[in-house]
Write a protein that binds this ligand. Sequence first.
Ligand SMILES: Cc1cc2nc3c(=O)[nH]c(=O)nc-3n(C[C@H](O)[C@H](O)[C@H](O)COP(=O)(O)O)c2cc1C
Length: 173
Amino acid sequence: MKTLIVYYSFTGNNALLAGYLKERLHADVYGIAEVKQRTGVTILLDVLFGRNARIKTPSFGGEYDRLVVLGPIWNAGIASPVRTFLKMERGRFEQYAFISVCGGRAGQEAKVTGQLTAAGGKAPVALSLLSLNDRLPADRKLATRKGTSYKIEPGDMEYFKEDIEMFLGKLGV
Ligand SMILES: Cc1cc2nc3c(=O)[nH]c(=O)nc-3n(C[C@H](O)[C@H](O)[C@H](O)COP(=O)(O)O)c2cc1C
């Protein structure tokens, strides 16, 4: 099975997860690139006003059997560049799965699923929100400032392995 991983990452966490999944799935990887430099302020503006992000036209060729999309959660919703990507490319894929390294705010899964479904034109076949708050040990969590600013390191992937394998199981891996 040929897998394409598409990710967006502002602070690097989902980029790191994309690299991990690339190895695990022997997948191709495409990073969503924005037209303008992203800042904390423009994240807030996008979140407050539901603005769409402007992204560079995705450039990946080939036929894929599986699409796995990654990106951060902002204010209990999908990051605006991911939303734009799904809207732009919705006709190009039969199905997709979504996974995110996020702070892990409680009760946000329904809103995330709703936003993915609206943007992608269909619900994801699998969804996993890897929670920094729930999965990192207490001494690491002290550095998370409520999970919104913690930058994971390659060694931290071990805390998410069980969740990742469960997610991949739903994809038949
Ligand atoms: C402005 C802002 C809002 C956020 N809101 C949420 C949230 O509502 N729920 C959540 O689980 N994580 C939230 N986060 C945490 C990010 O999802 C988390 O840090 C993620 O790992 C960042 O991914 P990245 O490094 O790939 O950009 C927020 C982060 C920022 C900067």
